[in-house]
Design a protein around this ligand. Structure first.
Ligand SMILES: C[S@@+](CC[C@H](N)C(=O)[O-])C[C@H]1O[C@@H](n2cnc3c(N)ncnc32)[C@H](O)[C@@H]1O
Length: 277
């Protein structure tokens, strides 16, 4: 999930993309990541494909290839760019072509694309440098569409995570220990505004729009605890601290009857490349 704390105070001193160690930590357990992270809504994939002038798609921060495979299944020809070689290896084994680099440093070598997408990864990219690079590699009419899963846990689980995280990582800049004051979706508007501002700052794009897809999924206790270690703010916890966090959240889920419903909003901030080159 995105490691963005906008609904919490105090805010970290730096933007998420400046925490490079965390940004490139997901490959610590690529198998678990691919097994447990949710797929993207088919309606989102279809809408981006329909709004792009051709099938060539660049997937920024493709990770293990989750959305890349979905876009392939929808007829896309996908190239991934991914800085974590462990994630890239997994994606390649699953049939996705990947080049290992951050998007900012990646050499496009003159190639052009019909869409630049990013699945829950654009918050790890400099929003202005990223939009500028996308503008250079998109054909006229090509679509920039970074999208993020935003999930909302039940309050009991949110509070249990906050309590445990405050105990094990009191100094974390990603202050999960602070109580959220707004819904996750409201909290993420700060990130979405930054993405849109980056696109506007670069110019050469239509006015950014938000496309939102709402869905929900039920998890058993074990399914949720299996996914949690893939969250950016937990990937770097020592095993004993991670175990403490999982125990706290697990107890809260047990008290709710052993399963929980997670509400998801998957939101794309998207704009079309205008101009002739
Ligand atoms: C939360 S994961 C998302 C992976 C995949 N897109 C998905 O939705 O399952 C974020 C990914 O962004 C990658 N990443 C981090 N910084 C990046 C950058 N500057 N450019 C491109 N990718 C980056 C990470 O290595 C990681 O694989």
């Amino acid at each position: 999930m995105p490691t963005v704390p906008p609904e919490r105070t105090p805010l970290p001193e730096r933007e998420p993309h400046q925490y490079r160690q965390m940004a490139e930590s997901f490959g610590a357990d690529a198998e678990r990541y691919d097994r447990t992270r949710p797929r993207y809504p088919d309606a989102l994939v279809e809408r981006i494909v329909a709004a792009s002038p051709g099938p060539e798609i660049l997937d920024v921060g493709c990770g293990t290839g989750i959305e890349a495979r979905q876009f392939q299944a929808a007829g896309g020809k996908v190239l991934g760019v991914e800085p974590d070689a462990r994630m890239a290896d997994f994606a390649r084994r699953s049939g996705v072509e990947v080049e290992v680099a951050t998007f900012e440093a990646w050499d496009a070598a003159g190639r052009k694309f019909d869409a630049v997408i990013a699945g829950t990864a654009w918050h790890w990219v400099d929003p202005v440098a990223g939009a500028a690079k996308a503008a250079r590699v998109l054909r006229p009419g090509g679509r920039l569409a970074p999208f993020h899963h935003v999930f909302q846990t039940p309050p009991e689980v949110t509070e249990a995570l906050a309590r445990a995280y405050r105990r094990v990582a009191p100094d974390s800049p990603f202050n999960l220990g602070a109580q959220p004051t707004r819904s996750a979706l409201e909290g993420y508007q700060r990130l979405f505004a930054k993405i849109a501002d980056g696109i506007r700052a670069v110019g050469g794009f239509s006015e950014p729009e938000q496309w939102r897809f709402e869905w929900e999924r039920s998890y058993t206790r074990d399914e949720w605890l299996e996914q949690m270690p893939t969250f950016g703010n937990l990937t770097q916890l020592a095993p004993d601290k991670l175990a403490e966090v999982l125990a706290g959240v697990g107890a809260a889920i047990d008290a709710m009857g052993g399963s929980l419903m997670i509400g998801y909003n998957t939101v794309a901030v998207t704009a079309a490349r205008i101009g002739t080159a």
